[in-house]
Design a binder for this molecule. Structure first.
Ligand code: ADP
Ligand code: ZN
Ligand code: ZN
Length: 750
């Protein structure tokens, strides 16, 4: 239904219309006349194919979602589609359904949702055949005796491989060390040929001998009990709550082996950044099958290949970050979400979905188990497990020889600190290095100092674009806003009183790094934060160096908290835990507990005993005491009680409307309209609460004023219903078209 006044010829009787999802920010589908005749009964054949259409003055690629004979608008306004791009459906029904759920639940236009799930190549309307050629044996070669090439070792290996697997992708060939020149010479001899991947399907190896490259570990009793609990071929959500190092990954590996043996595929999600090489390596080491990797660090070409390999069942294991959750998978047998509490599973722009929650819907839709693993489960997940909606599996001991680390609080009050470190911390560092071990120093702020302050008049370097202080950086020397990325040179004199008494205040990773370099000149001090890991491979190179085991100090931000397995770390120092304790965000205590436990979990992961020092100005804070004496599980249950009293998630369900504009009034006006709409539809009650418009936590960011309106319902269904009704009004309002706004269902912040 393109609002275009072009003349359209009258449609034939019994014409077929295509309902097309287009990548436009409108919450509906668009009807086009089918450019090809459709025989009744064959209309479902078109679903999932792409079509090129004209929309307003553009040409767009859309996806056919259904075909029907009753137009939704006046047929004379319906234009024919330009072309149908695919000879057969390329988007499986399961992915359409998944996107349908996401679009509905997160109130994001369906066409844009679907668009986000497609690799760029397919979005652009190109043919899917990008990869598709593989090496295969010629008929002649297949007739040869099995040791025919034994004089040429490499050729014999390739021959053997192809007899076993039927096809060899270019990737796999390089992975196995088969050079192009050998392959080419075999092609010349008429032994090999290049074929379309789908013409020579890979032989699926299912027996355990060929599937496994290395033997599985024999499980501890707790691990065994957890695995015995699992049911395959039916939907269940499992929370695998196990301390760091308790052997969750070994459980994943063994569950995946079971699924592969049943001829199914496995989807494994891991948090953002840095982590993937390690986890992927463990799967590659264990399994002899095609593994598709999907994260932001891979090229578009590779992404398309992985997407197709997963869709067609060639990739038996799909492993990746958030975006991998939207990959079509032909025969899915299990979904595993490692570190399920990690914030990176929630996308913070466009389609604001939670890859975890989306995956739970997916598992229920295809009737398979889903495992959420964490040492520090989110309160949402823990609540569901305690309520019996999820099966709760627990690992309480560390696997192997490792013992839990010893944790001590260091009272910072009245202490003289060196770059944030107490005497005890410095002594512990010295002793650790003397023993030939490694240490982590955790500081949740990058740069040299978070503030530059005039000692004479109190002037502070502020960002021009945001309500924020500029962070001082030393290498290279400059002021940097961590919110809008703007930079300024450092002034010699105070712009307010002209004094030269301007000083850094507060602590960042660079400062402690410099101090440690002076204090331990012969020890490598390795910094891991957003600045030091800008260059490609910088993080993985640093982690490699640490894994080699020589004494060193690793200093960094929360990037260090994520599941790295570094066996020679004996000491972890948390420089300042007070920030989390005093945070005003309702999720502050949850995050702080997770962070402390995760960072602490880096210590003593194998035979070396671990030690953790937590520095604090509020060593007697009840929450901190609770965490350290009772552990994360009890701590989390305690904060759940508080959430229940306040009706916040997981006891309430929220949606956050955000609006921003150069003039504050515009954003406020829009949100006032939103607030009025909801208040008219349903006055606030025990089951429905409204808050706003109020300024966002950082009111001004990047020259724009930001406001929000929050809706909290006592049930998920209630929230969905009121949102749907409200949006019908809001979308039509003139202010909605003029304002930059978004909606965030299950927002992480409040
Ligand atoms: P998690 O994923 O819970 O952090 P991992 O699976 O990485 O734990 O296990 C931590 C360490 O314990 C690893 O070195 C792993 O090889 C070892 N491990 C795990 N399970 C066993 C087992 N059943 N027997 C011996 N060692 C094990
Ligand atoms: Zn001054
Ligand atoms: Zn800024």
């Amino acid at each position: 239904m393109t609002p275009n006044s072009d003349f359209n010829p009258p449609h034939p009787p019994n014409a077929w219309y295509l309902a097309v999802a287009l990548p436009v920010p409108l919450r509906r589908l668009f009807d086009y006349l089918s450019p090809i005749p459709i025989k009744p009964g064959e209309e479902s054949d078109l679903i999932g194919r792409r079509t090129e259409v004209s929309f307003r003055s553009q040409t767009l690629v859309g996806v056919i979602v259904s075909c029907h004979q009753t137009p939704t608008i006046d047929p004379s306004r319906i234009k024919p589609a330009n072309a149908i791009l695919d000879a057969q459906p390329i988007i499986p029904a399961e992915l359409l359904k998944l996107c349908g759920w996401a679009s509905n639940y997160y109130q994001h236009p369906f066409g844009e949702t679907l668009h986000a799930a497609l690799p760029q190549r397919l979005r652009q309307g190109k043919a899917e055949q990008a990869e598709a050629t593989v090496w295969a044996l010629t008929i002649e070669a297949k007739g040869l005796p099995h040791d025919a090439l034994k004089r040429a070792k490499k050729q014999q290996q390739i021959f053997q491989h192809l007899l076993q697997h039927n096809q060899l992708t270019q990737d796999k060939a390089s992975g196995l060390g088969f050079s192009n020149s050998v392959l080419a010479s075999m092609q010349k001899k008429g032994l090999l040929e290049k074929k379309c991947a789908t013409d020579v399907p890979p032989k699926i190896t299912s027996s355990t001998d060929t599937l496994l490259k290395e033997a599985p570990l024999s499980l501890t009793d707790e691990q065994q009990a957890a695995i015995d609990h699992l049911r395959y071929h039916q939907f269940n959500t499992y929370l695998l709550e196990g301390a760091t190092g308790s052997g969750k990954t070994e459980i994943y590996l063994q569950v995946v082996a079971r699924v592969l043996q049943a001829q199914q595929q496995a989807l494994i999600l891991i948090p953002e950044i840095g982590l993937s090489p390690q986890t992927v390596m463990r799967f590659r080491r264990r399994f002899n099958c095609e593994i598709a990797e999907l994260h932001s660090n891979i090229s578009e070409v590779k992404r398309t290949q992985s997407w197709l390999a997963a869709r067609d069942g060639r990739a038996r294991i799909v492993i990746g970050t958030r975006l991998a959750s939207l990959t079509p998978i032909k025969n899915l047998g299990v979904i595993i979400i490692d570190e399920e509490h990690d914030l990176s599973y929630k996308q913070q722009d466009n389609l604001r979905y939670s890859a975890r929650d989306l995956s739970i819907f997916r598992a229920s839709n295809v009737k398979i188990p889903i495992i959420l693993g964490s040492a520090t489960p989110s309160l949402e997940t823990l609540h569901n497990a305690l309520q019996g909606r999820y099966q709760h599996l627990r690992l309480t001991k560390r696997a192997g020889k490792a013992q839990p680390p010893r944790i001590r609080i260091v009272d910072l009050r009245q202490q003289t600190l060196s770059a944030g470190l107490s005497n005890q911390a410095v002594e512990a560092l010295g002793a650790t290095l003397n023993n030939g071990h490694q240490a982590i120093v955790f500081i949740n702020r990058r740069g040299y100092a978070p503030t530059l302050l005039c000692h004479q008049c109190g002037w502070v370097a502020e960002c021009r674009n945001c309500d924020a202080h500029m962070t001082l950086h030393r290498s290279p020397l400059h002021l940097h806003c961590h919110h809008c990325d703007s930079q300024q040179p450092v002034r010699r004199r105070c712009p307010s009183c002209n004094s030269d008494d301007i000083n850094p205040k507060g602590l960042g990773t660079e400062q402690t790094e410099l101090w440690l370099n002076e204090r331990f000149p012969s020890t490598p001090i390795l910094r891991v934060d957003k600045d030091s890991t800008q260059r490609k491979n910088a993080l993985s190179n640093t982690l490699k160096q640490v894994a080699e085991g020589a004494p060193c100090i690793l200093i960094g931000t929360q990037m260090l908290a994520k599941g790295h397995h570094l066996p020679n770390i004996a000491l972890v120092i948390i420089v300042d835990c007070d920030q989390g304790l005093l945070s005003s965000d309702f999720r502050g205590p949850e995050r702080m507990g997770q962070l402390i436990v995760q960072v602490a979990g880096r210590a003593g992961r194998e035979s070396i005993p671990g030690q953790v020092l937590i520095q604090s100005h509020t060593p007697d804070h009840p929450l901190l005491q609770f965490l350290l004496t009772k552990g994360y599980h009890q701590y989390a249950r305690e904060i759940l009680k508080e959430r229940q009293v306040t009706g916040l998630p997981p006891f309430g369900f929220t949606a956050l409307f955000r609006a921003e504009s150069k003039r504050a009034n515009n954003a406020i006006e829009f949100l006032q309209m939103v607030a009025n709409t909801f208040n008219q539809l349903a006055p606030a009650s025990k089951h429905l609460r409204y808050l706003g418009p109020v300024p966002a936590r950082m009111e001004k960011l990047n020259e724009r004023y930001r406001y929000q309106f929050q809706l909290t319902a006592s049930s998920r269904k209630g929230l969905q219903e009121i949102l749907k009704k409200g949006l019908e009004h809001i979308d039509q309002h003139a202010l909605a078209k003029r304002t930059r706004w978004s909606i965030d269902v299950d927002a992480l912040e409040s």
